[in-house]
Design a protein around this ligand. Structure first.
Ligand code: ASP
Ligand code: MG
Length: 459
């Protein structure tokens, strides 16, 4: 196997490596990761997700009313995933007592009377996936001849107490990393958990689904890492989701801005907040496949060799369009402020907005299986007190990401030409020159992406 990353960097420069759920799904997958870590002496901090599927099962336990038997069945599924890894270890007794402790916590929380009503308990149970996978992976590294320890991220990743979507406290994280993680790193490779943190009181919190990338980026920032690798199940970031079109191809490079737009507008390989710490500290980010590390991947950096008009097409599913309408809007400058105040008070984030004289339409994310706030009856009835409200579902948001998209003649017309046969419900130029978005019917979105890809990337 070649050394795709180690060869390019001074070994004294710190690298933070993050492995996603499929990369640590089982013992075999973990072995690939161990090789990647041990191949690069600069990697002293490893951040792991929960083994694939485990967080979804934990979300079920935290959010769904179930009978005792149903709960036990879900708990058993989780245990089985972990036990399969445990039994493949050369020295299972090194981690078995700790794993059993985590199993006990899992059972206790799963059957806790209050679990469905207490956000703090939900986060406590959600944290177990990462706590189990990091325990196992540290041992896999040891088994491969590394010197590794399991580090509890909650000692450094301090957040506020917005359970389910906790906000990291950057300065505190930096101070804690200096004090606790730096010295530990000097002794052994530290294998820690993505996605989880703790508030000032020590209550376990989580950063929102897919948050492990964000954790690793925050640690890379706090530790002044030179590089940050995201190891996943695809060989980098693609021109579009390869599941939509087989013509999608991997990108060698992306700028911070492009990557941030792609993450925001649905590229699953990147968590939307991930780029923020990397940009703040100018940390180069690598995305590659832990199954095929020698295939290379995508480098995300401040400056790119090329800045093409069209870099990629992303799609975000499960969009809801909310239209608010009032004849009063004509006269009331405070109306929009009121509308957005209500939306913000429910923690909903709006992506696209279009206005006419008496109506405003906006799109809101409504993903299933999310711990994020969703548009609900309460929000709607508050809005209905000040205006007419119409809610339409079944949309996807398709975004073209690139450079100088608004300024140069012909750049957007080529996009519109590619879409002339499709029904576009909303069109929105981004607030920056890196994107143009379209709201389309979910049933048509595959075709919209394919048509755009064909015209922009395959000719
Ligand atoms: N395990 C968490 C999730 O599935 C976090 C992550 O994988 O990034 O959402
Ligand atoms: Mg993930």
């Amino acid at each position: 196997m070649t050394q795709p990353v180690a060869a390019q960097f001074d070994a004294s420069a710190l690298n933070v490596a993050k492995f996603g759920g499929t990369s640590v799904a089982d013992f075999t997958a973990m072995q690939n990761c161990a090789k990647i870590v041990l191949n690069n002496p600069a990697t002293r901090v490893v951040v792991v997700s929960a083994a694939a599927g485990v967080t979804n099962l934990l979300v079920e336990l935290a959010h769904k009313a179930m009978t005792r038997d149903e709960i036990n069945a879900v708990v058993d599924k989780i245990k089985q995933i972990e036990l399969n890894i445990l039994h493949a270890l050369a020295n299972p007794s090194a981690v078995e007592p700790k794993l059993n402790e985590l199993f006990e916590q899992l059972e206790e929380l799963a059957h806790h009377e209050e679990i469905l009503h207490r956000p703090d308990l939900k986060d406590a149970i959600l944290s177990l996936g990462e706590r189990m996978s990091s325990l196992m992976f540290a041992e896999v590294l040891n088994q491969h001849g590394g010197k590794a320890e399991n580090f509890d991220a909650r000692n450094v990743l301090v957040t506020d107490n917005t359970f389910g979507e906790a906000v990291p406290q950057i300065a505190t994280i930096a101070a804690r990393c200096d004090k606790l993680l730096q010295p530990a790193m000097a002794q052994a490779i530290q294998v820690t958990q993505g996605f989880i943190g703790a508030d000032e009181q020590g209550n376990t919190t989580t950063l929102g689904r897919g948050g492990s990338d964000y954790t690793a980026a925050l640690l890379a920032e706090a530790l002044n890492a030179q590089t940050y690798e995201i190891w996943t199940d695809v060989t980098g970031v693609y021109t579009t989701d390869p599941r939509i079109t087989a013509a999608a191809r991997p990108l060698a490079e992306l700028s911070f801005e492009e990557a941030a737009e792609m993450a925001t507008f649905g590229a699953k390989v990147l968590h939307p907040a991930t780029m923020v710490p990397a940009v703040r500290k100018n940390i180069r980010v690598f995305v590659g496949s832990s199954k095929e590390p020698d295939k290379g991947g995508t480098w995300i950096a401040r400056d790119c060799a090329h800045e093409p008009h069209y870099r990629a097409i992303t799609r975000r599913k499960d969009q809801v369009m909310v239209t608010v309408k009032t004849p009063k809007m004509l006269y009331a400058p405070g109306f929009l402020q009121q509308v957005f105040g209500i939306i913000a008070s429910h923690n909903l984030s709006v992506d696209l907005v279009t206005t006419s004289e008496i109506a405003v339409s906006m799109t809101i994310d409504n993903p299933p299986n999310s711990v994020r706030s969703k548009i609900n009856q309460e929000t709607l009835s508050e809005l209905r007190e000040i205006c007419e409200v119409k809610v339409e579902e079944g949309f996807d948001l398709v975004t073209v990401v690139g450079n100088n998209m608004h300024s140069e003649a012909g750049v957007s017309s080529r996009i519109f030409n590619a879409l002339r046969e499709h029904n576009l419900r909303m069109i929105c130029y981004g607030a920056n020159p890196h994107n143009i978005s379209f709201l389309v019917n979910a049933s048509d979105s595959d075709n919209v992406v394919k048509a755009l890809h064909r015209d922009l990337f395959e000719s």
